[in-house]
Structure formats: structure tokens, C-alpha cells
Design a protein around this ligand. Structure first.
Ligand code: GTP
Ligand code: MG
Length: 241
């Protein structure tokens, strides 16, 4: 399980304990971008106490996408056959973990913890955030023709083979766009995606790292992907003619 962190000292202990309670065989890889609040040190201490936790320390806050690319690479190199992505802020319920993993064990390339399929929901999210997420998903799915209800979701389990097949390290986006681009890539290599309903809770402790820049990046990314898709189809048609 790859958990990117930046200043998550108030959440990291509860997260690690709950994850290991729910799924005792999981290996947690905390990818910390030099959090000044001591998140990495705390995670290392927890690792000494509980086992199953390693920390990949990076020196600069470089965005979610970069942290995930480095973390997924390390997890696969360390032998993981299934890689889970989870935020550190307890928005993603650890008790769902076995179900997400089971979906991949039973043949999915990607199991998405989805807020927008029947049974899924968001709790305590301000109306503005809820609408941004809902319309962001409709926009991405509509423009790119993705039959996915929650393409921006950050709670996911991938088969490592599928991650390699879609060449995840060349995914460019950094913020929410990262999840959209990963979903898009997987569908382009005919990956099988399952959406599993989750209840998403707004963070209680710590500070959100969401920004206007991240939203803008996602907006432009969808257009960029659409253009490259369009050009690809055009080229294939021309070659076929
Ligand atoms: N390593 C690393 N982790 C990050 C970075 N930005 C965010 N994170 C982590 O990524 C996860 C998601 O970030 P959040 O701030 O919760 O962003 P969000 O869930 O999109 O937004 P909220 O709904 O407001 O919480 C958290 O675990 C953060 O600590 C970064 O630049 N580097
Ligand atoms: Mg969050």
C-alpha cells in the first residue's frame, strides 16, 4: 500500500494501525516529501513497533503524482503483486481494504473505491467540494468517454502487471489529474476496472493540499488527453486508408 504524505502527523498513526488491523499482511510504504511536522519519523517509529511499514523519504514537496510514481515503482520492485493507493487523511476507510484487494485477486486490473456508484457516498464534505468532485468526474468521463463514475478517486488497488502494461511511470499529471490519467491509460490498454462503493469522509485533522493549480491542471489534462486521443485515431485512420 502506497501512502503519500505531507504533514500528516495527526493521521499517520491511526491510519497505520487501522490498515494493519483490517489487513495484517499488507506492507505499507509511506512516501513522504520531507514533511516538516515529522510525519516520516513518526512512521518510521511505528514501523519499528508494528513492522510492515517502510518510509520512502524524498526531500521536496513535489506533488502527489510524483510521490505515487516513485512509491509504486518501489513497491513493485520490492515484489508487490497488488498495489493499493490510499490518502493518509483517513478519508478512505481501511475496513474496505480486503474487498478492494479481493477484486484484484479475482481478476480486475484496477478496483476503484468509488463514491459515485450505488451504495457509495461522501460524508461531511462541504457542498462546494462535493460539487467540484461530482462535476469534475462528469467532465472527465464525458470528454474522454470513460465509463467510470469516479475517475478522480484516490482509493484504489491495481494489479502490478497492469501498472507495468500501462507504463505508469510516464504518466505526467501531478494532482487529481494523476488519477484521471491513470484510469484513462488503463482503459487504453484494455484494463478491466471495477468500481466498489465506499463512504468517503472529509478529513478531520491536518490541512488539505488541494489548490486552484491542481484543479486547473486536471481541466487542461482532460483536454490534452482528448486531443492526443483524437490525433491517434486520425493517424490510425490515415494509415489504414
Ligand atoms: N508525498 C506527497 N504527498 C502529498 C502531496 N500532496 C498531497 N499529499 C498527500 O496526498 C494525500 C491527499 O492529499 P489531500 O490534501 O488529502 O488532498 P485531497 O484528498 O485531494 O483534498 P482534501 O479533500 O481537501 O483532503 C494526503 O495523504 C496528502 O498528505 C505531495 O506533494 N507529496
Ligand atoms: Mg484528502
Amino acid at each position: 500500500m502506497v501512502v503519500p504524505t505531507y504533514n500528516e502527523i495527526d493521521n499517520i498513526e491511526r491510519l497505520c494501525r487501522e490498515v494493519l488491523d483490517a489487513a495484517p499482511n499488507v506492507q505499507i510504504l509511506v512516501v513522504d516529501d520531507g514533511s516538516p511536522d515529522g510525519t516520516a519519523e513518526k512512521a518510521e517509529a511505528l514501523g519499528r513497533e508494528l513492522g510492515h511499514i517502510t518510509v520512502l523519504r524524498r526531500t521536496e514537496k513535489n506533488g502527489l503524482g510524483r510521490a505515487y510514481r516513485a512509491g509504486l515503482r518501489r513497491a513493485i520492485d520490492d515484489g508487490a503483486e497488488i498495489c493499493v493507493q490510499m490518502d493518509a487523511d483517513l478519508s478512505h476507510d481501511p475496513s474496505v481494504l480486503p474487498a478492494l484487494i479481493a477484486n484484484v485477486e479475482h481478476g480486475a486490473d484496477l478496483a476503484i473505491g468509488s463514491r459515485y456508484v450505488p451504495g457509495g457516498r461522501t460524508v461531511n464534505w462541504p457542498k462546494r467540494r462535493r460539487q467540484l468532485s461530482r462535476w469534475g468526474n462528469r467532465y472527465a468521463a464525458g470528454v474522454l468517454g470513460l465509463a467510470i463514475n469516479d475517475a478522480t478517486a484516490g482509493y484504489r488497488a491495481y494489479s502490478s502487471a497492469a501498472l507495468e502494461r500501462m507504463q505508469f511511470e510516464s504518466v505526467k499529471a501531478e494532482g487529481y489529474g494523476f488519477q484521471v490519467e491513470m484510469t484513462y491509460r488503463l482503459l487504453r490498454v484494455d484494463g478491466k476496472i471495477v468500481e466498489f462503493p465506499i463512504t468517503f469522509h472529509d478529513r478531520i485533522d491536518g490541512v488539505s493540499k488541494m489548490s486552484g493549480g491542481i484543479i486547473k491542471e486536471a481541466l487542461f489534462l482532460v483536454i490534452k488527453l482528448w486531443v492526443s486521443d483524437f490525433k491517434g485515431r486520425h493517424r490510425r485512420r490515415a494509415e489504414g486508408a
